[in-house]
Design a protein around this ligand. Structure first.
Ligand SMILES: C[S@@+](CC[C@H](N)C(=O)[O-])C[C@H]1O[C@@H](n2cnc3c(N)ncnc32)[C@H](O)[C@@H]1O
Ligand code: SF4
Length: 428
């Protein structure tokens, strides 16, 4: 396990388990004072799904009562208003995303209300959906305010594999949903697939890849399966080493198939059709700060404080945190309650990690422009990665092997203080 390529997906740094209650809780007006707010990334979290997939540990609740959705939209409206007031008149979004959970768990009228709350900013907007909920009436609502990207979690085109992953679905429904998205004329379609599912072979993985490619999606995200120990999926009979080898083989196979089909690899997980113009689209996790999260469980980032209004990490905590969010008075939304303060060293580290885990790597020039030093001098630990063949000798970009081992490299570069905070996390 210690030398597994699959230690953890470092999609945010610091990880949320490093957050602590902020005492006293700062007001958002204080938190954002002096920050650049003219090109923010807005993220809206919808924590509902039609089912809880066996593999998923995201912040979401399956099949909530209908009045919970109504109550959620009501609180989201209050939070959005409070955040807008705190940011001030000059604040602008450069791009936005609505994720979850499954935003399209909401009915078409509820989605209309969600868009009315969030507002039409005329900027790139990405929305997540699932096969069962990508219906024509909902897609029509998404298309109206100019959604530029729709991302659908397919996971596998094989019914047996979807079931084995804890997500019963039929391929006919997946194909129908993809047709609906294409018919809605959304410019950018992303398909999520998972590899490492029990029973998945090189042949069946190829079948899923080919089925996805038949739609010529503008983007594909390929996720290695992670399971929590002790869940149904975690109690697999095979050894961890076998499973690692299988995931690595499926990864390498996918890189070959997708590059052969004209896709560029942007990171371990992300692939984009080479003829699609590179953009700074809504899902692009750049190194820059300035993210505003709205909704229960959403995080926000300024240059020196990462915070969330509420705090849940494990699935068991989600219910309590959601109930808490629904019961809050408007005034509470003017404050940040949990967070992690990034000193200059952590800001550098975050910048490095965010760049290094992308195929394009670190720009030494941009790093120096931002921090006035060299990333090679600031991070001597990069030498060990280069020695292992994961990093080019220039220490600016991962090698092909390094990209494959991204989920081992990210956790290795977590700082000692952040690691200690993560280890000390106690579920509420
Ligand atoms: C927010 S979800 C996708 C949207 C939508 N709720 C759906 O599932 O159709 C983002 C993606 O993360 C991936 N994912 C979630 N949990 C995972 C896990 N334990 N292992 C691997 N991939 C996972 C799935 O591919 C999923 O589609
Ligand atoms: S994978 Fe998607 S649909 Fe399944 S529980 Fe997670 S967020 Fe919900």
């Amino acid at each position: 396990m210690t030398d597994s390529p699959y230690q953890g997906y470092l999609y945010a740094y610091p990880h949320k388990t490093a957050y602590r209650r902020l005492v006293p809780r700062p007001s958002l007006a204080e938190v954002w004072a002096g920050e650049r707010t003219d090109a923010l990334f807005g993220y809206v979290h919808v924590p509902f799904c039609e089912m809880r997939c066996g593999f998923c540990n995201l912040f979401t609740r399956a099949n909530p009562a209908a009045d919970q959705v109504t109550a959620y939209l009501d609180r989201l409206r209050a939070q959005t208003r409070a955040v807008r007031d705190a940011l001030g008149a000059g604040a602008r979004f450069a791009r936005m995303a609505i994720g979850g959970g499954t935003p399209t768990y909401l009915t078409a009228p509820e989605l209309t209300m969600l868009f009315e709350i969030v507002g039409d900013h005329g900027v790139p907007l990405s929305v997540e959906t699932s096969p069962a909920t990508a219906t024509p009436d909902r897609l029509a609502v998404l298309a109206a305010p100019g959604t530029t990207r729709v991302s659908i979690g397919v996971q596998s085109f094989l019914d047996a594999e979807a079931r084995a992953a804890g997500r019963p679905q039929h391929r006919s429904e997946v194909e129908r949903a993809l047709g609906v998205i294409r018919d809605a004329g959304i410019p950018l379609l992303n398909i999520d697939l998972i590899y490492g599912i029990d029973g998945q072979t090189a042949r069946t993985w190829r079948e899923s890849l080919d089925a996805a490619l038949a739609w010529r999606p503008e983007e594909l995200y390929l996720y290695p399966l992670y399971v929590r120990p002790l869940t149904g999926l975690g109690r697999r009979a095979r050894s961890w080493a076998d499973w690692d080898a299988a995931r690595l083989a499926r990864y390498r196979q996918a890189v070959d198939v997708l590059t052969g089909a004209g896709y560029a690899q942007l990171s371990m997980r992300q692939f984009r059709r080479a003829d699609v113009p590179a953009d700074d689209g809504p899902d692009y996790c750049c190194q820059d700060d300035g993210m505003v999260g709205l909704g229960c469980g959403a995080r926000s980032y300024t240059s020196s404080l990462h915070y969330s209004f509420d705090y849940a990490v494990t699935v068991g905590e989600v219910r309590a945190v959601l109930d808490d969010y629904l019961s809050r008075p408007d005034d509470d939304f003017r404050f940040a309650e949990f967070g992690y303060r990034l000193d200059e060293a952590e800001q550098r580290r975050r910048w490095l990690l965010k760049s290094l885990l992308r195929a394009e790597g670190v720009s030494a020039v941009d790093y120096r422009a931002r921090f006035g030093t060299s990333h090679v001098d600031d991070f001597p630990e990069l030498a060990a990665l280069a020695a292992r063949g994961w990093l080019r000798p220039e220490r600016d970009r991962l090698t092909a092997d390094g990209l494959a081992w991204s989920d081992a490299i990210g956790p290795r570069l977590v700082s000692a203080p952040v690691r200690a905070a993560m280890d000390g996390h106690v579920p509420r």
